[in-house]
Design a protein around this ligand. Structure first.
Ligand code: PLP
Length: 375
């Protein structure tokens, strides 16, 4: 017979999940209630309202999808793309590649704008793509590419899409709560995020937000949304204002308690203070890493404070170092993905993990494990 599972105590400084504060774990351990209970309905209204603060939007349709960030991504594409629609997809890392996979599966016609891994999306290329395809209906891009640590200029990209009358889909899984995200100011039509990155909640929920223009596009569809679970026309009945709620699926009650607590913590700190903290911790980590001779993958202007990707020094077995960090220091950092596998490390400073003691601990552990460091 298996015994209860007791996880090891880790310090999470990879690409997500980030450290979850005890306050959030405590919130999640509270008694489960029914998902149509008026008290739960009230909690959902508060979550929606605090998510609007986090996304900096007035969008009524702002809520957490009951599934991880990848489901938020899929919700945006299956609802907004109809077969035959041209979609300009920016690809400068793993997650742009996943957007492309989504476009293909919805029957959309992708126009790919490629940029090097580690570089931000080049807005000139996006403008050229629209000039060559003025009938493109959607621009899709990743704001914060977690696979490389590069941030793209969302304001400029969204403006180009607006000039050409297209809607925008933005991945802000890693940016939300970590670096400035302004859905309304930038004019983003559909955005999705994740609970386990800079919000420091447990994985499994995907905050999303849709503009009025996006909703009009969805209502004007002539084809059925291919996914029953993610069809916004159906989910809307579940998430609409209190009182009229109908059954669609059973919301993950306790994870919602956790997300609520994470957003309360964000409100207490203040959104702009949270952004400033991520920036300040990044500066400290950077000083330490560069002091050890380690080099950043991304050029300074596009560097994400919450995801520090650095080159593995010549002749160093990167997997062996990560294994030592985990077993001897209980410290998790990320490996490279795709083209960057074996070549880089990704050190996350997301949410609750973005604090001085983690920065100091990570630098100390790396110094001990890298050749030439203390035994
Ligand atoms: C983590 C991540 C996702 C996927 O989120 P999951 O919760 O793992 O499904 C999507 N996009 C980006 C940029 C991410 O960092």
């Amino acid at each position: 017979m298996a015994a209860s599972f007791i996880p090891p105590k880790r310090i999470l400084m990879g690409p997500g999940p980030s450290d979850v504060p005890q306050r959030i774990l405590d919130a999640m351990a509270r008694p489960t209630i029914g998902h149509l209970d008026p008290a739960f309905v009230d909690l959902m209204e508060q979550i929606k309202s605090m998510l609007r603060m986090a996304f900096q939007t007035e969008n009524a349709l702002t809520f957490p999808v009951s599934a991880p960030g990848s489901a938020g991504m899929e919700m945006c594409f299956v609802n907004l793309v109809e077969p035959g629609d041209k979609v300009i997809v920016c690809r400068n890392g793993v997650f742009g590649g996943r957007m492309l996979e989504n476009v293909k599966r919805t029957g959309g016609v992708p126009m790919i704008v490629d940029d090097a891994w580690g570089a931000p999306v080049d807005s000139n290329k996006v403008r050229d793509a629209f000039k060559a395809n003025p009938d493109a209906k959607i621009l899709a891009f990743v704001h914060a590419e977690t696979s490389t640590g590069a941030q793209s200029d969302a304001a400029t990209l969204a403006k180009i899409a607006q000039e050409f009358g297209a809607l925008t889909i933005m991945d802000c899984v890693t940016s939300l709560g970590g670096t400035p995200v302004y859905l309304d100011k930038w004019g983003i039509d559909a955005a999705y995020s994740g609970s386990q990155k800079c919000l420091s909640c447990t994985p499994g929920l995907s905050p999303v937000s849709f503009s009025e223009k996006a909703i009009a596009r969805i209502k004007a569809r002539t084809t059925l949304v291919q996914s029953w679970f993610l069809d916004l026309n159906l989910v809307l009945g579940y998430w609409q204002s209190a009182g009229k709620r109908t059954y669609h699926h059973t919301a993950p009650i306790n994870p919602m308690y956790g997300l609520h607590e994470a957003l309360v913590i964000l409100e207490e700190e203040g959104l702009e203070n949270a952004w400033a903290r991520h920036r300040a911790m990044h500066e400290k980590l950077k000083a330490g890493l560069e002091g050890m001779g380690l080099k950043y993958v991304v050029d300074a202007p596009a560097r994400l404070p919450q995801l520090n990707s650095i080159y593995v020094p010549e002749g160093v077995d990167e997997a062996a170092i990560r294994a030592r960090l985990l077993t001897e220091f209980n410290l998790e950092i990320g490996a490279g993905l795709g083209d960057m596998a074996g070549k880089i490390w990704r050190i996350g400073l997301m949410g609750y993990s973005a604090k001085q003691e983690n920065v100091d601990y990570c630098l100390k552990a790396l110094r001990a494990c890298l050749p030439g460091g203390p035994a």
